[in-house]
Design a protein around this ligand. Structure first.
Ligand code: SF4
Length: 109
């Protein structure tokens, strides 16, 4: 191996290692924490962990068939205990939850 090809080989090795490192970093993007129902903004949006606990007086259009699992903004996996809600910046919400921004799946955004 000539010094030039050795240098090229070492450079490619380092570049490959760096690429693998970046790939691992991207895959390791951590899930956001669970949304705290006592968070001021969550409260303002009427967020509850269980849709049955929504304030009927404040949110007369709410119905118990509305929950995070059937909201367009929820992207949790089937059967997951929590899933990200894009409305709350990816914070985790339970499929049973609800907030006043509920958007039924299939409805225009
Ligand atoms: S926007 Fe949808 S998924 Fe997010 S908390 Fe409200 S009802 Fe649940």
């Amino acid at each position: 191996m000539t010094p030039n090809s050795r240098r090229t080989f070492l450079f490619q090795l380092a570049a490959g290692a760096a690429t693998l490192g970046l790939g691992r970093f991207a895959l390791a993007e951590e899930a956001k924490p669970a949304l705290d129902p006592n968070d001021a903004y969550a409260k303002a949006m009427g967020f509850v962990v269980n849709t049955a606990d929504a304030d009927a007086a404040k949110f007369p259009k709410h119905s118990t068939d509305q929950s995070c699992v059937n909201c367009q903004l929820y992207s949790g996996a089937d059967g997951a205990e929590l899933g990200p809600c894009s409305f709350f910046g990816g914070r985790q919400v339970p499929p049973t939850g609800w907030c006043r921004n509920h958007k039924p799946k299939g409805a225009p955004a």
